[in-house]
Design a protein around this ligand. Structure first.
Ligand code: HAM
Length: 412
């Protein structure tokens, strides 16, 4: 037997309705907010992520599935959705189309991480990217979209953490002060953070190491270093969220693991799925489009991890509606009746009603068992009597109630 690669999962037929429900809800909510779907390739030129996600990130340094293709090009399986969407925005000249471009996607992503509950090497994201608007309205709208999606799929008890990491100017000032503070504590920091100090000191703030956490508690806070413009922007976002009734907690340790962010950053975190509790992460990225060769176009977005959502729903015992059930199972009692069953099933299907029948020459008892297993809502029994009279017994599986109908009545 050949096993599935580490960190990947099959979605089996009896579970796929859960995925369909998440995807359907994502599409509905995105549409409700005026977003249109974008599909970008599974792989991009590696440079898209080097420039997009950033050279100092864990994703680029350690986690990318990168290979040289037969034409000698460096190719990378997308580790996230934003950089590919930004590349497509630039390449397709979307900046001269309708702005803001309100885009969403459902995509698989690939990161070579150490697998654990909620952390996979192939996982799936529902993501939203709004490009072209600098107004704080759109920050609040993006967050509200994420919140609406989480609500609609049945997740209520997540905390929204909000922060602003400022613009290039105020962040540079903050980085200097932060680095000085961290440098004076370097001896007690974990090895990873010692390395981060020069490359990306902000990332130290979300380190989970106990010593680093203690150091971080006393670290200077970015919010004290925001310039007037960033401060005003952040206050507007908060006001709008309050107006929309969205609860949030300001958390200066939310810095996000990707280089493209500026100003607003946010995460929705749950305590119900263990260490990998962030179900959604996002923020503003006003320099990304220019970084990928486009014009000066602002952007903001988020991505939700679908596997984490499903884990959370399971842990919270939220029942996911299953509309993959078949409407009718037609059970013939013999060979002659079998032909009639075939005819009835074909008629039902032609009318757009889902139906199935016996393909295994099962006895009537076994057929009822099978109908139950495949989740048929109703069973139509065909015996010689029914065949003669043209009236069929229709049994409702959930209640056991029966009615007698002709083919015409059935199809109507
Ligand atoms: P991210 O925080 O790297 O952000 O990922 C977003 C979400 O994807 C996470 O909150 C998590 O639910 C899920 N996720 C990430 N890595 C894994 C993994 N290894 N296994 C399972 N789930 C995972 C981004 O990807 C940004 N592109 C989000 C964004 C869009 N920012 C602006 N626009």
């Amino acid at each position: 037997m050949i096993n599935i690669p580490k960190g990947t999962k099959d979605v089996l037929p009896y579970d796929s309705y859960k995925w369909q429900f998440i995807e359907k809800t994502a599409r509905e909510v995105a549409k409700n907010f005026g977003a249109k779907e974008i599909r970008t390739p599974t792989f991009e030129h590696t440079e898209v992520f080097l420039r997009g996600v950033g050279q100092t990130t864990d994703i680029v340094n350690k986690e990318m599935y990168t290979f040289t293709d037969k034409g000698g090009r460096s190719i990378t399986l997308k580790p996230e959705g934003t950089a590919g969407v930004a590349r497509s925005f630039v390449e397709n000249g979307m900046h001269s189309g309708v702005l803001p471009a309100k885009l969403f996607y459902l995509t698989q992503c690939f990161r070579y991480e150490r697998p654990q509950a909620g952390r996979l090497r192939e996982f799936h994201q529902f993501g939203v990217e709004f490009l072209g608007a600098t107004n704080p309205n759109i920050d609040a709208e993006t967050i509200l979209l994420a919140k609406t999606f989480l609500d609609k799929v049945g997740i209520k008890n997540v905390t929204l953490y909000l922060n602003s990491i400022g613009c290039k100017e105020c962040r540079a000032k903050y980085k200097k002060v932060l680095s000085e503070y961290l440098r004076s504590n370097i001896d007690s920091m974990c090895e990873l953070c010692k390395d981060r100090l020069e490359k990306n000191p902000l990332r130290i703030l979300d380190c989970k190491n106990e010593n680093c956490k203690k150091i971080n508690e006393k670290a200077p806070v970015i919010l004290d270093y925001l310039c007037d413009d960033c401060k005003e922007h952040f206050e507007s976002v908060q006001n709008l969220l309050t107006l929309a009734g969205v609860e949030y907690k300001i958390n200066p340790y939310i810095v996000r693991g990707l280089d493209y962010y500026n100003k607003t950053v946010f995460e929705f975190v749950s305590n119900n799925i263990g260490a990998q509790g962030t179900v959604c992460g996002g923020g503003r990225y006003d320099g990304l489009i220019a970084e990928l060769g486009g014009s000066d176009v602002a952007g903001i977005g988020f991505a939700v991890g679908i596997e984490r959502i499903l884990m959370l729903l399971e842990n919270l015992n939220v029942e996911i509606p299953n509309d993959s059930q078949i409407e009718y199972y037609v059970a013939p009692m013999g060979e002659k009746e079998s032909e009639k069953a075939f005819e009835i099933v074909s008629m039902l299907r032609q009318k757009g009603i889902s139906a199935d029948l016996d393909h295994m020459n099962r006895g009537i008892k076994a057929q009822f068992k099978y109908a139950d297993k495949i989740g048929a809502k109703k069973v139509i029994v065909i015996g010689s009597d029914e065949l003669e009279k043209g009236i069929f017994k229709v049994k409702e599986m959930s209640t056991g109630s029966e009615e007698f109908l002709s083919i015409d009545e059935l199809v109507k």
